[in-house]
Design a protein. Structure first.
Length: 279
């Protein structure tokens, strides 16, 4: 046997300069994106994701497309949807883009009509879009309250109701409602947001019971402190390095829609490592 020579020293990634570590993470992300369409756990499935232009919704869309799903992306801002689509495009996968304002009934109805006209069935509905408002009760205008309730609770209710028929055509349908830990605990200074997420959580519980004997499973996700534009506006006091990555939430959602055994996860409460357990 020939001598292989002295072994090359292995890099200690914990001691790498920040720029090298970031470059390595970018490479890993590129490799992950190159696998889009090559996995098959969701091949033949159609998924509608609201709030898909950024944050959790964007990563959920990329995750599901990477597993072969045909994804319908919707949000208010077309440019953001195009950016998400660019992350997905490849290997023949072309996401569907539909610009919508979930605070507007006509826009919601147009989205529903688009889904019904273009797909024979719907397998996954992810109600992820959300808006927030900070302020005490005296600082919360009725219009701000109404907007939070419209986008965070009313729109998911309408989408669940009107898309129930195409979801029932699926062999294994899923409704994923992204609520918030705020809707469980209640936070001072976020009265409108708290109420809207509490309403979404309550609807999810009731709907899960209503659909118990059908092919549709309803899951509600209650994350706290995810690194999105919304959280940086509402909770600038939380250090960025302590926030949950959107990828972590998206991976949990992907697990729910790709593992259908006898065990069912009705609700997930997800906290930051720096938060007190059961706090």
């Amino acid at each position: 046997m020939q001598a292989s020579g002295p072994a090359k020293p292995r890099k200690n990634f914990l001691k790498l300069p920040v720029h090298e570590l970031m470059e390595g993470m970018a490479t890993l992300r590129t490799l992950s994106m190159s696998n889009i369409g090559k996995s098959s756990r969701l091949t033949g499935k159609t998924a509608l994701i609201t709030g898909a232009g950024r944050g959790i919704g964007r990563v959920v869309a990329v995750n599901m497309a990477s597993e072969g799903a045909e994804v319908v992306l919707t949000a208010r801002t077309e440019s953001q949807l195009m950016e998400t689509a660019e992350m997905i495009n490849g290997d023949g996968i072309k996401p569907h883009i539909f610009v919508s304002d979930l605070a507007d009934d006509q826009s919601i109805n147009a989205l529903i009509e688009h889904v019904e006209a273009n797909f024979s069935q719907l397998d996954i509905l992810v109600n992820n879009a959300g808006v927030t408002h900070s302020g005490s009760i005296n600082e919360t205008a009725t219009a701000s309250w109404d907007q939070c309730m419209a986008v965070n609770a009313r729109a998911p209710f309408i989408l669940c109701r009107e898309l129930l028929a195409p979801l029932k055509k699926s062999e294994a349908g899923y409704i994923i409602n992204v609520a918030s830990v705020v809707g469980v605990k209640g936070y001072a200074g976020q009265i409108a947001y708290t109420a809207s997420k509490h309403a979404l959580r309550g609807m999810s519980i009731a709907l899960a019971k209503e659909l118990h004997d059908t092919n549709i499973r309803v899951h509600v996700i209650c994350p706290g402190g995810v690194e999105t534009e919304m959280i940086t506006q509402v909770r600038p006091d939380i250090p960025k390095e302590e926030l949950i990555a959107p990828q972590e939430i998206a991976d949990l959602i992907l697990y729910l829609v790709t593992h259908r055994g006898n065990a069912v996860v009705d609700e997930l409460h997800i906290r930051r490592t720096s938060s007190v357990p059961w706090g």
